[in-house]
Ligand binder design. Structure first.
Ligand code: CO
Length: 134
């Protein structure tokens, strides 16, 4: 059911420093940062030939990644995002298989303007999983 790895998201304590690390030390192409207040993050995208890395900085008081950064002060890997053709079909199949969908279970529009859902890490090998309809 899942397709390509769309991105790996890393929460960082200092976005400028993370962008410099990926651009200068690792030699990757890094986008300008953008604020996504509805998701509580400032994000910059690292473009790789086969996927993307999302560098996430908490934005605002109720950022969903703020607690993660409290527990992981140097930052760390936050979630994996897999592509699906049809997010509703994928969700229904996952729920039928016993997986827990986070939030109200309805897709939200994600950082790339496409519908996304998050799945409970305890159901996926301890990893927060995002699915994105492409
Ligand atoms: Co993501």
């Amino acid at each position: 059911m899942i397709g390509k790895l769309n991105h790996v998201a890393i929460v960082v304590p200092d976005l400028d420093r993370a962008m410099t690390t990926y651009r200068d030390a690792l030699g990757a192409t890094v986008s300008e940062p953008i604020d996504l207040p509805e998701h509580g993050v400032r994000v910059a995208f690292v473009e790789l030939p086969n996927t993307k890395i999302e560098l996430l900085l908490p934005l605002g008081e109720n950022s969903p990644v703020a607690k993660f950064l409290e527990r992981n002060v140097d930052g760390g890997m936050h979630h994996l995002c897999y592509e699906v053709d049809d997010i509703i079909t994928a969700r229904d199949k996952l729920v039928a298989a016993g997986a827990r969908v986070l939030g109200n279970g309805e897709p939200k529009i994600g950082a790339h303007g496409k519908p996304v859902l998050f799945l409970h890490p305890k159901d996926f090998c301890g990893t927060l999983v995002e699915i994105e309809q492409v």
